[in-house]
Design a protein around this ligand. Structure first.
Ligand SMILES: [Zn+2]
Length: 432
């Protein structure tokens, strides 16, 4: 058994799986009674499906409950799903709402404390400690990201630099002057910060005290993770969360780089996205979450549209909390090209295999009538660009993509620093 100091909450994080399931069932029963009594939408939805709270006798009975979808959230915007009095809400966040109304996340005092607790668990698992200095370069605003990291890090007792995103030169000055040891932002922004540091004559590995990267809000391949770790000389950890569930803090990535779900609060399921049927551990499908303990806005069987699989295998780290695979992609990002299913992350993995190619790329999606085609634009490294013969690089990249997808995708190498950089989520797919 590992040192107790490894865990933020040893009792929960190493609870035998049977006991965890007992706790989940107890909480699920209570939750269904709670929403049935407190919220008109949930009450009607359960009644229309002929379900009474007493029908929940085993965890498996969750499958009788209807799903909660993004459309439901839009329909009940902004506060229709709230189960407390509005007076009890002390904090509210929202997603960007790029398609239609934003998703609103209201929190009671207890919800907000729960958020701090699961984020502390998650950051502790990453190795963040009291003596760390966390540069919080997620954008502060309605978005949950920055706030979740701040709560969790402060609970641990670390120093939080609330710099928000943007003004990259200033990020570098502060990082150097304050002695930042942990950087929280999107993975692509961390690479942009490294690029600007180098332009200013600094060595990301030698001129900073950075040792931890806490990255999320964007899907990134394992290859990209290795590149970032090498570039900065740090350990990079994945964070995963959703406004509908709580924000970041849904999972804790351990030293083995396994994503342990904080399943005492967030009950996961994997379903077939087409039929809605529940899938077995190990099978890949759509991730669905039920918040077991939230008060203001409990989500019951929320369909995330993220594709992953679940496992209850034991982990070297000693945690017993179930593990979710890294997100393969949002089902929204999935493209079907000439009958082949393509995820942007697969193209990223292929490109990174090619020596001389940088981490900056864009996938161009062109629609002509019913037919969608893909092409890729990618920047080489500065050194490789100077060597010339870029068509060789294009050929190699096309071969790598073909070997992964069995699909010919034309690649164009464009001069370094032509793809716009982002201080938040990188725009990887361009529709033309
Ligand atoms: Zn683990």
């Amino acid at each position: 058994m590992s040192d107790k100091y490894e865990f933020w909450n040893p009792e929960i994080e190493t609870k035998p799986i049977d006991e965890l399931k007992e706790l989940q069932l107890k909480r699920l029963k209570k939750l269904i009674k709670y929403v049935y009594k407190r919220n008109r939408y949930y009450h009607e939805k359960l009644r229309n499906n002929n379900i009474k709270p007493d029908d929940i006798k085993a965890l498996k009975d969750i499958e009788k409950l209807p799903f909660l979808t993004k459309q439901d959230l839009r329909e009940y915007y902004p506060f229709g799903l709230v189960c407390t009095s509005l007076d009890d809400i002390v904090e509210v966040h929202a997603s960007s709402g790029t398609t239609g109304k934003p998703v609103v996340g209201p929190y009671t005092k207890n919800d907000s404390e729960l958020w701090g607790e699961v984020m502390a668990r998650s950051l502790w698992a990453n190795g963040l400690r009291k003596q760390d200095i966390l540069q919080n370069s997620y954008g502060y605003g309605l978005f949950t990201g920055a706030h979740g990291f701040e709560k969790g890090a402060q609970k641990i007792g670390a120093m939080v630099i609330t710099i928000s995103s943007g003004n990259t030169k200033r990020q570098i000055d502060i990082m150097k002057d304050f002695g930042t040891t942990a950087l929280a932002c999107t993975p692509s922004y961390s690479l942009y910060i490294a690029e600007v540091a180098e332009e200013n004559g600094l060595d990301p590995q030698k001129d900073f005290k950075l040792r931890l990267g806490l990255f999320g809000a964007e899907s990134w391949s394992n290859e990209m993770r290795k590149n970032i770790e090498k570039r900065w000389g740090i350990t990079a950890h994945e964070h995963y969360g959703l406004t509908e569930i709580i924000g970041p803090g849904v999972v804790s990535e351990c030293k083995e780089k396994k994503l342990h779900i904080n399943a005492d609060h967030f009950l996961p399921e994997i379903i077939d996205p087409k039929t809605g049927e529940t899938l077995e551990p190990g099978e890949e499908g759509e991730l669905v979450f039920t918040t077991l303990t939230k008060e203001a806005f409990p989500a019951i069987r929320f369909r995330t549209r993220d594709l992953a699989s679940l496992s209850e295998e034991t982990c070297e780290c000693g945690r017993t909390l179930p593990i979710q695979s890294r997100i393969k992609g949002r089902s929204d990002d999935m493209m079907k090209i000439k009958g082949v299913i393509v995820f942007p992350s697969q193209i990223e993995s292929a490109l990174i295999q090619v020596k001389g190619i940088s981490d900056n790329y864009q996938i161009i999606k062109t629609k002509k009538g019913e037919i969608t085609t893909l092409s890729v634009e990618v920047e080489p490294t500065e050194e490789r660009f100077k060597e010339g013969h870029l068509e060789e690089l294009e050929e190699k990249a096309e071969e790598e993509i073909y070997s992964i997808l069995n699909l010919h995708v034309p690649v164009k190498v464009i001069p370094p620093k032509t793809i716009p950089r982002s201080t938040g989520k990188a725009k990887r797919i361009i529709e033309r």
